[in-house]
Design a protein around this ligand. Structure first.
Ligand code: ZN
Ligand code: MN
Ligand code: MN
Length: 282
């Protein structure tokens, strides 16, 4: 069964995310376990953990967590770095207790220092966070669009980061199609995809690729713009998604869309397209 899903809300109670995902026809889904735009997190209680695990067993939907937006684990600013590291540690522990296998994080911004220094700080943060939980949580590094001062927009950055992490068996990659496109990785033709995947394999290793964020791109190829668009309506287009998501290297991975939220209908339409592609109906 293909793992297809969307980003869903945890509002009210974290385990409600399973019902929301199910109602949308998802077999996988992604959540923020806390407010993505704030530093403070509502503490989860024993009841939340038990309920979440029960829903997991009952529904068999595949849950994935995403780090909130404010932390920057590549930051040269000590205070910001410590705060960010703290959130990463908390999230790894929380995922462990919820039974969530993957925690997706962006690498962040080096804020004008250097890519190498930024990557070093990310690697060190991952090592610290991974030692804070004994559970089997994997941190997934997400490729970025290559905005100013960002790290993680080339396969070489991701490889370098993995190389610097001691506990690298708990590190994987989440490939975002919009970010990749914005950073110059084209998926609009079979031959471009072929070379992208062979590049990925050579530099990082395809065994590291654990999931995909399926987002179309408002911005142009190599435009470094992180603006998601509904599947098929952006610069990548439907063909590209069809080619990419039907590849044998990709089709069995969890595919999560993070397209802009305009309406339930638009969202459901994206899910429908992903299913059509996954089941070979288009
Ligand atoms: Zn992300
Ligand atoms: Mn993403
Ligand atoms: Mn994005």
């Amino acid at each position: 069964m293909p793992l297809i899903g969307a980003h869903v809300s945890i509002i009210g109670e974290i385990s409600l995310s399973f019902e929301r995902a199910k109602a949308m026809g998802c077999t996988a889904f992604q959540i923020f376990t806390r407010n993505p735009r704030g530093w403070r997190a509502k503490q989860l209680v024993e009841y939340d953990y038990i309920n979440f695990k029960n829903k997991y067993k009952e529904t068999k939907l595949f849950p994935i967590a995403h780090m909130p937006y404010l932390p920057n684990i590549a930051s040269p600013n000590r205070e910001q770095y410590e705060k960010s590291l703290n959130v990463l540690c908390e999230e790894v522990v929380k995922c462990g207790k919820l039974g969530i296998p993957y925690l997706v994080t962006h690498l962040g911004s080096h804020m004008g220092t250097s890519e190498e220094e930024g990557i070093r700080r990310v690697a060190s943060a991952c090592d610290t966070a991974l030692t804070s939980s004994s559970d089997n949580v994997m941190i997934l590094l997400e490729n970025t669009a290559g905005q100013k001062n960002s790290v993680g927009h080339t396969f070489e950055h991701l490889r370098r980061c993995i190389d610097l992490i001691d506990d690298d068996k708990h590190i994987g990659i989440c490939y975002d199609t919009c970010h990749g496109f914005a950073a110059g990785y084209d998926i609009r033709s079979q031959s471009k995809i072929e070379s992208l995947l062979s590049d990925f394999d050579k530099v990082i290793g395809l065994n590291r690729l654990k999931m995909v964020h399926a987002n179309d791109s408002k911005g142009a190829l190599n435009g470094h713009l992180d603006r998601h668009e509904h599947i098929g309506l952006g610069q990548i287009g439907l063909e590209g998604f069809k080619f990419f998501l039907q590849r044998r290297e990709i089709k069995d991975l969890p595919i999560i869309m993070e397209t802009p939220y305009d309406s339930d209908e638009a969202c459901m339409n994206d899910i429908r397209i992903l299913w059509d592609i996954a089941l070979g109906r288009i």
